[in-house]
Design a protein around this ligand. Structure first.
Ligand code: SF4
Length: 368
C-alpha cells in the first residue's frame, strides 16, 4: 500500500493554484503531526488495511510540505512507520519549494527518512515567477539542488510549468536547458490550466491576461519531449520524464491502480473499486479529527464501465499503453496512421502527438 500525506500550508497562494491549501505565516507543525497520526491510528484498525502489512512508498504533497518543521516531519514519519513498517529502501518523497531548502532543513529531511525531493521550480525567469506569485527567486534553485545533494538526497525531481500567456515572453527552451543543467533524475512538466476562482481566472475574465493558445501549448510540449528525450530522459507518462530507474514509484501507483491511502485535508484514497476523499478545508479536517468524527467527505464505488474507462485513460497516459485488444482495430489503425500511437508487443501506446489529444482519443475509443 502506498501512503499519501497532504500538507496544506503555503506562504501565499500562487496565481494559478486551486489546490486545498491553508495560507499560514506560522505553520502549526505539531498540530498537523498530531492530527495525521490520529487519523492514521484510526485507519490501522480498519479492515481495509488488514491485507497490507507494509508501506511501499510515502509521499508528502501539498501545499508546501517543506514548510513543516523538520523535527515534526521526523516525528511524523517515525509515527507512521512504527505502526506499519515501510519496505527497505522505499521511496519517501517530499515536495519542497526552493526557498525552504537550507543545509539544516535538507539534513533534517534526510535524517527523517526522506530520500526523494520534488522541487517546485516552475520557471527560471524572475518575471514569470513574480507573475505566478511564487515565493522563491530563480537564483535560489541551483543552490537548493546543491544543498539537497550535499545532504545525501540525490533523487531529485524538478517541476516546470509551460503554456504561459504570450505577454510574459517566456523562453521555454532556455528554461528547459537551465533545468537540464542541474541534471535532475526526474522532471515533471505541467501545462498551465486556468482554474475557476484563481487570480489567473480573474485576470483572464477582465482581459488583463490572455491564456496561451492550444498551438503554443502543443508546440512547447513537443519541444520539451525532443529536448528531454535527446538528453537521455524517458518520457514515461504524459507529464513525467525520468532517467532510467528514476521513474516516480509513488505516482506510478496511481496510474497502475495500486492501493493507496491518503491522510490529511483533501487527500484521496483508492482500494480496488472503492475510493474516498477527505474534507478539503484544514480547519474542518482538524476539527473532525479532534472530535472523533470521520474525516471522509465522500466515497464512491466504481462500476464496471467507469473502471474500464479509467483503465483506458490511465493506461494511455503512460508509455506502457493498454492491451491492444481493448481498442477497436479500426481506431488503432487510424491512430497509427496519423502518428498518434504505435502497437508494441500487443499493447497500444500513445506517442507524443497522441498524448496531445489524450482526452479526445479516450473519448473516441470508449464510445466505439
Ligand atoms: S506553493 Fe504549490 S500548493 Fe502552494 S499555492 Fe503555490 S502552487 Fe499552490
Amino acid at each position: 500500500m502506498h501512503l499519501y500525506v497532504h500538507v496544506p500550508f503555503c506562504a501565499r497562494r500562487c496565481s494559478y493554484c486551486d489546490f486545498a491549501i491553508a495560507v499560514r505565516r506560522e505553520v502549526p507543525s505539531a498540530a498537523f503531526r498530531e492530527g495525521i497520526l490520529q487519523e492514521w491510528s484510526r485507519w490501522l484498525v480498519d479492515d481495509r488495511l488488514a491485507g497490507f502489512p507494509a508501506l511501499s512508498t510515502i509521499y508528502f504533497g501539498g501545499g508546501t510540505p517543506s514548510r513543516l518543521q523538520s523535527s515534526e516531519l521526523s516525528r511524523l514519519i517515525e509515527g507512521l512507520v512504527t505502526a506499519r513498517p515501510i519496505v527497505a529502501g522505499a521511496e519517501v518523497t517530499l515536495e519542497a519549494n526552493p526557498e525552504d531548502v537550507t543545509p539544516e532543513s535538507a539534513a533534517g529531511w534526510r535524517l527523517a527518512g526522506v530520500n526523494r525531493v520534488s522541487l517546485g521550480v516552475q520557471s527560471f525567469e524572475p518575471g514569470v515567477l513574480a507573475w505566478m506569485h511564487r515565493t522563491h527567486t530563480a537564483d535560489q534553485v541551483g543552490p537548493a539542488v546543491a544543498m539537497l545533494r550535499d545532504a545525501g538526497i540525490t533523487n531529485l525531481s524538478l517541476d516546470l510549468i509551460y503554456g504561459l500567456p504570450r505577454h510574459l515572453a517566456r523562453d521555454w527552451p532556455r528554461d528547459l536547458d537551465q533545468a537540464l543543467a542541474l541534471q535532475p533524475a526526474h522532471l515533471s512538466l505541467y501545462a498551465l490550466t486556468v482554474e475557476p476562482w484563481t487570480p489567473l481566472a480573474r485576470w483572464i475574465d477582465r482581459g488583463a491576461t490572455i491564456a496561451a493558445s492550444d498551438e503554443t501549448e502543443a508546440s512547447e510540449f513537443l519541444v520539451a519531449h525532443d529536448r528531454l528525450t535527446d538528453a537521455g530522459y524517458r518520457h514515461y507518462e504524459v507529464s513525467n520524464y525520468g532517467r532510467p530507474g528514476a521513474e516516480a514509484v509513488h505516482n506510478r501507483a496511481y496510474w497502475f491502480r495500486r492501493p493507496y491511502l491518503g491522510l490529511g485535508p483533501s487527500a484521496h484514497s483508492a482500494m480496488g473499486s472503492r475510493r474516498w476523499w477527505n474534507v478539503r478545508d484544514w480547519e474542518a479536517w482538524r476539527q473532525a479529527i479532534a472530535t472523533g468524527q470521520s474525516s471522509v467527505a465522500g466515497e464512491e464505488q466504481l462500476d464496471g464501465d467507469t473502471r474500464a474507462l479509467e483503465d483506458l485513460y490511465l493506461g494511455l497516459r503512460t508509455d506502457q499503453g493498454v492491451p491492444a485488444a481493448s481498442v477497436p482495430a479500426a481506431i488503432q489503425t487510424a491512430w497509427v496512421r496519423q502518428g498518434w500511437a504505435e502497437v508494441r508487443t500487443e499493447r497500444l501506446v500513445l506517442l507524443p502527438e497522441g498524448w496531445l489529444r489524450l482526452d479526445a482519443l479516450v473519448a473516441q475509443a470508449s464510445a466505439a
